[in-house]
Design a protein around this ligand. Structure first.
Ligand code: GLN
Length: 191
């Protein structure tokens, strides 16, 4: 099993550290040749979704990845990565992969609550540390979407078939590997 990490912008190195901890093989996607390699799962990190979306297109990665995601490639999007996967963005006219049946709100917590931490549930996991940085949340989700975390009444993690998204950054909670393990065990290995 090998995971590709989109390493164009944002917090990709932190995801790689967790994959190292879990002993998972991975490589970075930076250019077109990289997406020709075989991979079993993809991580879209946090960062800035508009910039990442533009880089994906400029580097001619977008169409290939969109097709793979639509064909069932396991994908884990955190924060900006969640925005890239959403079908609808309520406060933006841009759409990116538009693959997951969710409507998200960018920078949903406003300026004052730009960054904060919480502890919550993620599916069956309890006491999950959650770091939010200028985070989106999911305003609504279609029928095929499984809601995994709700914090203060807002959906902050969800799954639809091969796609897993979190509005928070599990890769920034040092030493915490459970959500990446969920992605590898429940989505990459099974899907
Ligand atoms: N605010 C960013 C965006 O809208 C996402 C923030 C993040 O990934 N930490 O793209």
């Amino acid at each position: 099993m090998v995971i590709a990490v989109a390493a164009l912008q944002g917090a990709f190195a932190e995801h790689e550290k967790i994959l190292d901890k879990l002993g998972a093989d991975y490589f970075e996607i930076r250019k077109k040749e990289d997406v020709q390699r075989h991979f079993d799962g993809l991580i879209l990190p946090g960062g800035e979704s508009t910039t990442m979306g533009k880089l994906l297109k400029d580097l001619e990665l977008f169409d290939i990845l969109k097709e793979k995601i639509e064909n069932g490639l396991p994908v884990f999007g955190t924060c900006a990565g969640l925005i890239l996967l959403a079908k609808e963005i309520s406060n933006d006219t841009t759409r990116h992969f538009a693959a997951m049946d969710i409507t998200v709100r960018r920078n949903a917590y406003g300026r004052q609550l730009g960054s904060f931490e919480a502890v919550g549930r993620f599916g069956d996991l309890k006491d999950v540390p959650m770091v939010f940085i200028r985070a989106p949340y999911i305003e609504s989700a279609g029928e095929g979407v499984e809601i995994l975390s709700v914090v203060d009444g807002n959906i902050v993690a969800a799954r639809q078939n091969n796609m897993l998204v979190t509005a928070f950054h599990p890769e920034l909670s040092e030493g915490y590997t459970d959500i990446h393990r969920y992605f590898l065990d429940e989505i990459v290995n099974i899907h």
